[in-house]
Ligand binder design. Structure first.
Ligand SMILES: [Mg+2]
Length: 165
């Protein structure tokens, strides 16, 4: 079986709208544009453990693309990750719809779990090309990624592994 992938969004997932305990404020200026960030240093260890324990690979699925390795990864405790190329959005599409198109194209039939806050991603994926087994874990952008989301991803990845045996 192909290595399963864990797709990681940044805004609304690692960088929520609301500040909860454990989050720190940062500024990032990719390409000279300033963004305010709320990041949690516990996220990196949670996600790294998920990937190690399930034999999965973490991959960026964010409009930050490669810039996430510079501005996000070191602040949450993640290593440098591969990034799915997502070109600037065609305004005909929603944020979720545009991203889903490019994720589907890149991922082919590899199994994946996607930690994502855009609510229209499941529908956008359903109308695209045939995909392998996948799970979209919907994250509330106000709150961001929690242990419960990671547990859901872990359960699904463990089942996938069992089925492949
Ligand atoms: Mg997002």
């Amino acid at each position: 079986m192909d290595t399963p992938l864990v797709l990681l969004d940044v805004d609304g997932v690692l960088n929520p709208l609301q500040r909860s305990p454990g989050y720190q404020r940062y500024r990032a200026t990719p390409n000279g544009v300033t963004f305010r960030l709320l990041l949690n240093p516990r996220h990196g260890p949670m996600l790294t453990a998920l990937a190690e324990e399930t034999g999965a690979e973490l991959v960026w699925a964010s409009y930050w693309t490669d810039a996430a390795n510079e501005w996000i990864a070191p602040r949450v405790g993640l290593p440098e990750l591969r990034a799915i190329p997502i070109p600037p959005r065609d305004p005909v599409y929603s944020y979720g719809g545009w991203k889903a198109r490019h994720v589907a194209e890149w991922i082919g039939e590899r199994p994946f779990v996607w930690l994502e806050d855009e609510p229209d991603v499941p529908d956008a994926l359903a109308t695209g090309p045939t995909l392998g087994p996948h799970l979209i874990v919907g994250v509330d952008p106000e709150e961001g990624l929690t242990e419960a989301h990671v547990a859901q991803a872990r359960g699904w990845l463990e089942q996938l592994r069992e089925r492949a045996r």
